[in-house]
Write a protein that binds this ligand. Structure first.
Ligand code: SAM
Length: 225
């Protein structure tokens, strides 16, 4: 396994640094700030209104920061059921997860849920809350087969940067995401690369450049219209 160490980001929240890739798991300007802005605010908040059930696919579970932030949203909106599927081919060790400071920065109420999202079984639907159902899948997006019955309202595309892991951003993977997005659903990512924007358009998304989180001018959001 690659050498990974805990770092502190600009807003005081932890992230991880993968030495082999020379890449961090989040923006150095602030992991918590970035996740809240890119995925919660620009993804979930953009589509949740008037919905009783929201399905989310995350590409790259990593530290579970996006997952715990969605548990927080499930507590905030008890009338909405969130079904989140998250893909992670290389789960982190318990030792590393314990060194992260997310539970100290979030409300105490979330601490047991952070532990549960990491300790629960892979490949199973687990009710973390009555209205938060998590399915962790230990696999890549390349091998993932999306369920046929219902697509995803939102895709959180949180892979390592395209120059570090180009294979994850392949047109084939983006086509898979588009096919798995429901009508009026969205694809959000922190990345703002021109090539990605063109690839997202080529697979069918209506793409908007959207103001980025602190330290990043823009991010991309694609709508399936
Ligand atoms: C930028 S980090 C994810 C950050 C994560 N969402 C978090 O909040 O910690 C990218 C993650 O994608 C995972 N990954 C690597 N290759 C992948 C693939 N082919 N498909 C899905 N995930 C992949 C990595 O192991 C890593 O955990």
């Amino acid at each position: 396994m690659a050498k990974i160490k805990v770092i502190e980001t600009g807003d005081g929240s932890s992230s991880l640094y993968n030495e082999a890739l020379n890449e961090t798991y989040h923006s150095s300007h602030g992991a918590l700030t970035e996740s809240r802005y890119v995925f919660v605010q620009s993804g979930w908040d953009a589509i949740r209104e008037a919905k009783k059930e929201v399905t989310i696919l995350e590409v790259g579970m990593g530290t579970g920061l996006n997952v715990i932030l969605m548990v927080e949203q499930a507590l905030k909106y008890p009338d909405v059921t969130i079904k989140m599927t998250t893909l992670e081919p290389y789960p982190l060790t318990a030792g590393l997860l314990q060194e992260l400071n997310y539970t100290a920065l979030l409300t105490d109420e979330l601490t047991p849920y952070f532990e549960q999202i990491h300790s629960c079984n892979w490949e199973e639907e687990v009710a973390i809350l009555p209205n938060f159902i998590l399915t962790k899948k230990k696999e890549t997006l390349e091998t993932f087969i999306a369920p046929k019955n219902r697509g995803f309202d939102v895709i959180f595309f949180d892979a390592f940067a395209p120059n570090k892991q180009p294979e994850v951003w392949s047109v084939e993977n983006l086509e898979k995401c588009f096919a798995a997005t429901i009508d009026q659903g969205i694809f959000v990512t922190y990345c703002a690369k021109g090539q990605l924007r063109r690839d997202l358009v080529s697979v069918g998304y209506d793409v908007e450049r959207y103001p980025g989180p602190p330290g990043k001018r823009e991010m991309l959001r694609g709508w399936k219209k």
